[in-house]
Ligand binder design. Structure first.
Ligand code: COA
Length: 310
């Protein structure tokens, strides 16, 4: 069974107001720890039906055809025909985000090893610590399965190239595909974003990962963001920090830049409950592309963001 939460997003760049024209809830916080299991979690939407391109929200204003509404859909991965078909049916104005939990037992992980390329297996063998190795093997195996389903090819035959700062891309010209993707892992959770013809970046973090986040906040946030963070009740500040962190990093992963020293120049919203938005980019980059960010429904104690070209 797959999760599908679909939102229609109008084209438009920084500063645009998001209009979630479909009334599906993306609320994930407050779920129990097994909420990646759709069979036991009432919050996962367990329906699987064709995406609607018609606004469903009562009284939603019609979206003019010229605005080419984009769909952002969230899915829980399991290796099933339904999930393969959903990935294969990704539309040209759609961004899909797939979320999965890595197996915790070694035997199931070893079985995934054979789906990797020789260079990926060599990289996996170089990990000395088991958690990063598990994340890497599972992330790459899942990525190959999703891309293989989209392109109707055997996952193991896919070849990746790498941008100068490490962002992987599909390297086979013979595939004649404009499919773009990005991947993030934290703990046992992996998120993969897919889209045709537009760059995507995804980032997720466990909000318990860092204890020294207040120090890091001073390096990565602008003075406006710091004021906003410090004005929050202490109980909200950690979540706000990780909202800001993952939103900036998702944007930087979409552009392929990765982490930079100029993080305060990328301003985002961070207050819990506030709509994720890119508010400001470093000088010179504002006009280069139109980018938007979006939250990701995740298990409790995780923060995550998706960034994409609009
Ligand atoms: C890439 C980076 C953002 C990863 O962040 P992270 O939170 O540690 O890891 P995540 O789990 O979110 O993402 C890892 C995935 O992002 C992707 N990735 C790697 N580099 C990337 C980049 N520059 N942009 C976008 N995505 C990238 C890969 O798919 C990677 O998965 P993999 O382990 O299967 O290869 C961070 O390590 C970074 O900024 N690196 C930059 C490196 C750099 O500047 N190098 C300079 C070379 S001269």
């Amino acid at each position: 069974m797959s999760l599908s939460v679909t939102e229609l997003i109008p084209s438009g760049g920084i500063g645009d107001t998001w209009r979630a024209a479909v009334s599906h809830s993306t609320g994930f916080r407050g779920c129990t720890s097994n909420c990646l299991n759709p069979a036991t979690c009432p919050r996962w939407r367990r329906r699987w039906e064709p995406y609607s391109t018609v606004p469903r929200k009562k009284n939603a204003r019609p979206i003019p055809a010229t605005e080419r509404p984009m769909q952002i859909s969230f899915h829980e991965w399991e290796d099933s025909a339904v999930a393969h078909r959903a990935a294969a049916s990704i539309g040209s104005d759609e961004v899909q985000v797939w979320i999965a939990r890595a197996p915790s037992d070694e035997a199931r992980l070893t079985a995934l090893d054979c789906q990797l390329s020789p260079d990926e297996r060599a990289r996996a063998d170089r990990f000395r610590v088991s958690e990063p190795r598990r994340q890497f093997v599972f992330g790459r195996a899942l990525l190959r399965q999703l891309l293989g389903a989209c392109l109707n090819v055997e996952p193991v035959t896919l070849a990746f190239g790498y941008h100068p700062r490490g962002k992987p891309f599909l390297a086979q010209s013979g595939l004649n595909s404009d499919l773009r993707f990005n991947l993030s892992h934290s703990g046992l959770i992996v998120a993969i974003a897919l889209a045709h013809g537009r760059e995507v970046g995804v980032d997720l973090e466990s909000i318990h990962r860092l204890d020294d986040w207040p120090l890091l906040a001073e390096r990565i946030f602008s003075s406006r963001e710091l004021c906003e963070l410090r004005a929050l009740p202490a109980s909200k500040q950690r979540e706000a920090f990780f909202n800001g962190w993952t939103r900036k990093e998702a944007y930087l992963k979409a552009t392929s830049e990765g982490l930079t020293d100029d993080l305060p120049a990328i301003e985002v919203t961070l207050v819990p409950g506030q709509k994720p938005q890119l508010l400001r980019l470093p000088a010179g980059l504002e006009g280069a592309h139109q980018w938007a960010i979006q939250g990701i429904p995740l298990p409790p104690d995780f923060a995550g963001a998706l960034a994409f070209e609009t």
